[in-house]
Design a protein around this ligand. Sequence first.
Ligand code: PRX
Length: 673
Amino acid sequence: MSITVTLQEKRVFAPSKDFVQHAAIDAKTFRAWQAQAKKNPQKYWEGAAQELRWKKKWTKVQKTKKGSMSDTQWFLGGKLNVADNCLDRHVEENPNRLAILWEGEPGETVSWTYRELLIQVQAMTAGLRKLGLAKGDRVAIYMPLVPEAAVAMLACARAGLTHTVIFGGFSSEALKDRINDAQAKAVLTADGGYRKGAWLPLITHVDTALKVCPTVKDVVILKRADVGGANRFKKAVGEVDGTSTAKRHDWYSLTGSLKADEVKKLGQPEWVDSEHPLFILYTSGTTGKPKGIVHSSGGYLVGALRSSRMVFDLKPTDLYWCTADVGWITGHTYLVYGPLAAGASIFMYEGAPTTPTLDRFWDMIERHRITILYTAPTAIRAFMKLGTQHPKGRDLSSLRLLGSVGEPINPEAWMWYRENVGGNRCPIVDTFWQTETGSIVISPVPAQTRAKPGSATFALPGYDVAVVDKGGKPVKLGSGGFLVIRKPWPSMARTIHGDPERFKTQYFTEFPGLYFTGDGARIDKDGYIWCMGRVDDVLNVSGHRLGTMEIESALVSHPTVAEAAVVGRPDDLKGQAVVAFVTLKADASAKIKNDPVAASQAKSDLRVHVTKEIGALARPEEIRLTESLPKTRSGKIMRRLLRELAVSGQVKGDTTTLEDFSVIASLQHSDEE
Ligand code: PRX
């Protein structure tokens, strides 16, 4: 990992007496959970499951097929509905509690109580059913971060539809691939949204994608101007143009045109089996094709709820803000499902942290009196660079807890966060987890754990985490190894959509009998875990997960490219930056030889191409054109060498002309990668 996580094992921060005194989970309960999880994990998780509302109780807590952890089911025989748990039961208790407070980038706000959110969700559930969608169908969601994005997810959950949310920053190509892999029957989208003051026309990408998505029959389009339901009852927008046969529906016309008794009837929750797939979320791995990670309903929500309460110390008086987009797992578990299942009030913000002013985040915390902030180290490092005057210029005294997620947080950023945002008063929870784990695995429990800056500290109860050597044996305290989970947990991914074999080989074969995260970690003398970053070909750029092979595939799909190799380079802000080594086909190569202008144009064309194929988040920071790639005698690209070159910049000379690696490669005697 690029950012140096210097192990500062001695510096320890305990939560304040005040925080401990008012904690949602007291020390006694926490210790009892820890003890039970150790002794009898199934019993522990059964207790957690009892915090949900089940239509039918499970008959068996957990079943693992022939000792193979990859084939595990939880709460068998149980029936529930995720939206019922996130909405109805809170409405029955207190309909007027704030569910979502949203602010758009241009500054407008929407505030929905649990009752109002339920009404929106019921109407969309009825709308989706009216379109003919039924339990088990897949629905793609490609939306800006507006409250209707949560409505979309919850309406799918309510109708028993499996959603796949695709981040709005992904290109039409990436959108098309995901829709087709999931075989989605409908797309929920918007005409666009705002980011950094610019208008992002999402519908244009949808229209392009749908020309080659034969399974999609209906497209529901939210007008950004209608967010919050202000301009309801508009006329429908008519048929889609182009070659797609999908029908277009205006969001609020679809929901607004239904009669009250229709909404009542069609808006009812579908009671699904605990194992029913709630969603598919695509994430990058070590191959060129992103994997559709499938999550269950019951087990997933049990993990989401228990961890939300334990890690974020949620109380009815909190206004909790998770800055993640719904396109990522954090936006699923800790923006929507976990906090809503806990009955919390959530804050949601559409846009960029520094638009229109550099203190936009702090301004919103001050104005809305936000109490919990959960964000990514990359954002914290960007704020550090902007200077302390921005957080200092605002009243952040409402904050009582801070969180970090997505990549290792360097101790310097941790300390800056604590001092300048948390006023040296708020505990910090550095939470390690993954798309595949569904919920937080390693994190401090704020009132119970003494934190060390840069360490995610300890596994939560019920997650059997270990740092192991190559042979799968736990390493001694004070050493490093590979991060694994040794026993099944309820919110673990169930499979890869359409590729169950890959699910097994990807996660359960490296260390037989164990789940391998793909991360390296150290365990210090006190047993604290320090997550050090990926040990495979997965990059972490600004907390976004990207496969090197995925970017390479995008590059080689360009007509001028012969070969490409992508590596990560440490970056002070982004954690890692994408560096691509590219060899061009003979005629393209001849064109740029001794022509710096043509070479520069070729690089810029390739950047545009990657943006088109995947999205701006994958655009290489640097492209190096080379006549050949350094390879071992057996023909494997020497990535380690390329990484060294990317980091140290050893290969000097005019980068606008070709670099010749043959000399360097010939100096390498080793045949290993
Ligand atoms: O490398 C780890 C890193 O992010 C990866 C998971 O990425 P994704 O599935 O996109 O989920 C991100 C949000 C949960 C992990 O394999 N990672 C995540 N959180 C941390 C982290 N690395 C170190 N410390 C963390 N707190």
